[in-house]
Write a protein that binds this ligand. Sequence first.
Ligand SMILES: [Zn+2]
Length: 422
Amino acid sequence: MSTSQNYLCLKNGTVINADSEQQTDVLIQGRKIVQVEPNLTPPSHARVVDCTGKLIFPGMIDPHTHMGIPIKNGWSADDFESGTRAALKAGVTTILDFTILEPGQSLSESIVVRRKLAEKSHTSVGFHCNITRFEKSLLDEIPELIKQGIMSFKVFTTYEEAGMYLTYKQIKKVALVIAKHGGLLMVHAEDNDIIKAATAKYAGRNLIEPRYHALARPPEAELVAIQKLGEIHRQTGCPIYIVHLNTVSGLNAAKAAGLLVETCPQYLFFNDAVYDQPDGRMYVISPPLRKSEDQKALWAGLLNGQINTIGTDHCPFRLSDKPDGLSYEQIPNGMGGIETAFPIMLAEWLKAKWPLPRLVQLMSTHAARIFGLYPQKGVIQAGSDADVVIVDPNLKKVLTPDDLGDRDAWNGYLGLEAVWPG
Ligand SMILES: [Zn+2]
């Protein structure tokens, strides 16, 4: 039961929504926003916080995380507890993670397992459902799952060796079912044949330089996969969302085909030059980092509307998980970033004086709309969840290890400027 004691009034802040920037007050009761209006009179027992000079954002939504991933000798560096704790400190109030389909499991069983692991989370958590095997019984589950609110399904055009690959023909069949029932198809778009051909040149030679990882997964793999997926979108009408897009050619092909596009901070801030750094192995991720032309196109895509969302693909490792001297094929793929994504993006945005509503679109509102969370999430308005992030735009600082707390996850963004909530 709520009483007037539950009221919180944020006075005189600048509220940044996807389509507006307005100096106003925000009244919160319990876990809901109840009123957004300039000069409102809060109930007499409300706690009032002066937000003059502060920016107030809807909570960030990270549409792409991988918490608690099993690797050869244990687990990736963040489970749901540590990862969402770090996320919350950095302004992320909702994450959308992925199920892991084990052999013999049904889709609904895979969801139950991940939901259980997510119980200790500090943010809201939703799931996309991975379909990493093509079986009729799995496809038959899709309509019921969509009814239950799991509306996004992810497939891979590669990772044949890991048993996660679906052919384009199979993906088209999945897309038909999803389209019929109003869901969304997410795709890891790297063409399997191109990767296989490129990998054949380097595999099994115990090459330890991380740059071979990029050579074995060339940018054409993304372009070709996206062209095929554009065709599937045209034939099935299924909305298709390309995760972690990272090349200029892929971006242009995706937009020409009407696909939704996500990119990640790592593809914006880094290029393949980092593979020649002493810690280059820590940046071994799939897809790999690309060229500076690609980075430029992605930044432009954020501003011109080509890119719909920013997700982190958060899957951090410790230095000890990627020891020196491993063959590039043995280095666990993935890096973290949920703990710094919004602070570093906001610092860039403020420095460039780009419109803040665009950043809200990219890091909150679009994900809320695409994944069916809007207007509960992704906006500051009466009736929405009280997921608000308060930032003093003048508190810019250079990222140091102290900002990362007690986690042992390696972070590649140290030395960049960041603006933290709180
Ligand atoms: Zn991912």
